[in-house]
Design a protein around this ligand. Structure first.
Ligand SMILES: Nc1ncnc2c1ncn2[C@@H]1O[C@H](COP(=O)(O)OP(=O)(O)OP(=O)(O)O)[C@@H](O)[C@H]1O
Length: 283
């Protein structure tokens, strides 16, 4: 659904150079620390910034050539988008219904009821989490087949994040050709939800993997310096010097568990994998 081919964007010392794909029927996650380049990738896809190089295709067309009908099929939630503060939810529903013919007002009000957002309170009085929910509900009520969500769970507590992820799962289950591109700095959200994960660091994609593979075969090995010298290095991705020797990131934990019973093999969480990818050195 989206193909990002070696796009480049330069902001002073920051250089984005990114290639990634959002397949049909998949939830694709983009994860990275603050300032890694996530929002810049999203803005590039949405054609909100000029590129210094590369190209982007959406629905098989250059992203600069999408027509109104194509655009109707895309719903976007940007992390820094805001509402006019004078409106209540009832006003928002009325305005969206009159401006966008495909806006599903009934579904929108159903979501407002289900997630207990106040209908008559001014949006400016909403908490950060409530505003985030409202933005997402609006995106879900456009009959779009591609959702682009930049940090949709930002500012939400655990319960609200879980509710939102349930809602997004329902969205995907309704039609097998829908896709979601989502970013979050809360790796746990992406871990349980995405089919594939891209990790971005200082403007570059440093890892792309199926989530099942990431959680199933990636892991952290802990060993002494002597064990490190003797083991096969061919499946080690990163290493980090520790007091006891080395911790190493591997994408083949079963190989090391079977062949090197003396070393400690731990299934890594996505946070640990990110930490070693970013802070560790190449082997
Ligand atoms: N309009 C701009 N002008 C100058 N620099 C920019 C601009 N937009 C982004 N940057 C820089 O590009 C880099 C990447 O920013 P970006 O917002 O894409 O990161 P991010 O991964 O989304 O971070 P966060 O998780 O904090 O939102 C940062 O160094 C940022 O300062």
């Amino acid at each position: 659904m989206i193909k990002v081919n070696q796009i480049e964007k330069n902001y002073g010392k920051f250089h984005l150079n990114c290639t990634m794909e959002v397949p049909d029927g998949c939830v694709t996650g983009l994860i990275g620390e603050n300032g890694a380049g996530k929002s810049t990738v999203f803005k590039a896809i949405e054609n909100l910034i000029f590129l210094d190089g590369g190209s982007i295709e959406v629905f098989g067309k250059p992203h600069t050539e999408l027509n109104a009908k194509d655009r109707e099929q895309i719903a976007i939630v940007l992390s820094d988008a805001t509402f006019s503060n004078v409106y209540t939810i009832k006003d928002v529903a009325r305005i969206m219904g009159s401006v966008y013919p495909d806006f599903d007002k009934k579904k929108f009000m159903g979501l407002v009821e289900r997630f207990r957002l106040p209908k008559n309170q001014k949006v400016k009085e909403f908490s950060t989490g409530m505003k985030a929910k409202l933005k997402l509900f609006l995106a879900l009520c456009h009959k779009a087949r591609l959702l682009i969500l930049d940090e949709p769970t930002a500012g939400m507590d655990v319960v609200a994040r879980d509710e939102v992820l349930t809602l997004l799962r329902e969205y995907m289950e309704e039609d097998e050709h829908r896709s979601i591109l989502i970013s979050s700095h809360i790796s746990g959200d992406l871990e349980g939800f995405c089919d594939e994960i891209y990790m971005i660091h200082e403007g570059k994609i440093i890892l792309h993997e199926d989530t099942d593979q990431l959680l199933g075969t990636y892991g952290v090995l802990k060993m002494t310096e002597e064990q490190y010298r003797k083991i096969d290095h061919s499946h080690l991705l990163r290493r980090r010097k520790e007091i006891y020797g080395y911790s190493c990131l591997t994408d083949e934990i079963h190989y090391y568990a079977e062949n090197y019973p003396g070393i400690t093999v731990e299934k890594g969480s996505i946070d640990e994998i990110i930490m070693l990818m970013v802070k560790g050195e190449a082997v």
